[in-house]
Design a protein around this ligand. Sequence first.
Ligand code: COA
Length: 429
Amino acid sequence: MTGLASSGKNVKDMGAYKFWSTQPVPRLDDKSKIEVEGPIKEINMDLVRKEAYPLSMDGFEWVTMDLTSESELKEVYDLLFGHYVEDDEAMFRFNYSKSFLKWALRSPEWKPEWHRGIRATESRRLVAFISAIPVTLRVREKNLKAAEVNFMVVHKKLRARRLAPLLIKEITRLCYLQGVYQAIYTGGVVLPKPVSTCRYFHRAIEWTKLNEVGFSPLPKNSKPAYQVRKYQLPDHTATKGLRPMEKKDIDAVLSLLKRYLATFDMAPMFTRDEVEHWLLPNSDYDDQVIWSYVVEDPETKKITDYFSFYCLESSVINNEKHNNIRAAYMFYYATETALTPSASRDALKVRLNALVNDALILAKKFKFDVFNALTLMDNSLFLLEQKFGAGDGQLHYYLFNYNANPIAGGVDHKNSIDEEGSGVGVVML
Ligand SMILES: CC(C)(COP(=O)(O)OP(=O)(O)OC[C@H]1O[C@@H](n2cnc3c(N)ncnc32)[C@H](O)[C@@H]1OP(=O)(O)O)[C@@H](O)C(=O)NCCC(=O)NCCS
């Protein structure tokens, strides 16, 4: 599930990279140390096309999707619902809700032009889509004005016709036109060349349902009742002062998060508006997308900790009993314990385990079936203790037009959790 796995049907055959070898990205075999990290090529604006790339197929045209329109939002939703990322066995497919897409694609300073689609000219049917949102990304000591590219999809009937390279070139052009020359994107497929690779971990909440849909097999020598007991959780959270984040907490969360994210090699530089948008639950949306909690010290009233998770459901394809899995994904978190010079990594481990155990309890309360997390940030300190199991999926992080030395992804060369942790402080949706 999730990234999804890096082999199988969402994967290209490892070949010549006909398209990617023409792009400003490092080569897969490039192992040399980069002395000065920076852009791969300077973009000459005079050479950037002012009009869209011609489509290679007749009967189709480029469109800008207006995601403030409910009907166009629904078209993007429907395309992703039917055609977006599946696991290898085609048992599950991501089902990003309309509320989720509103949240993910209309973040502060979003650009309408960066929601690009392809329609069949006659039927007006939307058959492909790609998007970007602006982000200030810090890679080690440098801040990049970048685009986060996501939600690339091509209708199943139009696959393998080189539409993906066209979508990528078109979104690149549209970014260049706005003076944005770098991008970050993630995927389960291996492309030239990941700057980091994380692994997915899954923590069962409703084990029986996960077993029934084929997500969690019964381990050898175990019994269903044992599995259910293993994943049981208390009814109530345990951390003193834990409460849902409110509007009045924005500045405190911003300060905490900024200082915590500064400890990683690669992280977004959040503004106040971004913290409000990304982290504060918004009742304007039909469905809740994000759950955010703070810990307020009962005495000093200071916010000492923060954590959040978002909801991303997956459709279960062809199962008689269930058609949906409700998954919570670990989002941003931060804790003063990581920032107190005298506190050890052991202290951080204790604190994160307490917080994440509460996150699991809350996720259960809000009817999630599973809680997913990657090996990024300091997740390696809690994954095993909180009974997350390793998934098959890997998530590769890529930078477009930027040369950077590798960033630790929290897994070693055997794909096991690396206690050294990760340098990745970016959570992509
Ligand atoms: C990903 C998807 C858009 C690719 O389209 P396609 O019709 O399969 O592939 P095309 O023939 O058009 O293009 C192939 C090229 O795109 C590249 N490509 C494929 N998937 C890619 C990805 N996720 N990101 C970047 N490039 C990708 C291939 O490497 C290949 O380029 P190369 O010759 O340099 O190796 C399509 O398979 C799809 O919609 N899949 C489900 C959704 C999905 O996985 N989206 C990406 C989420 S990360």
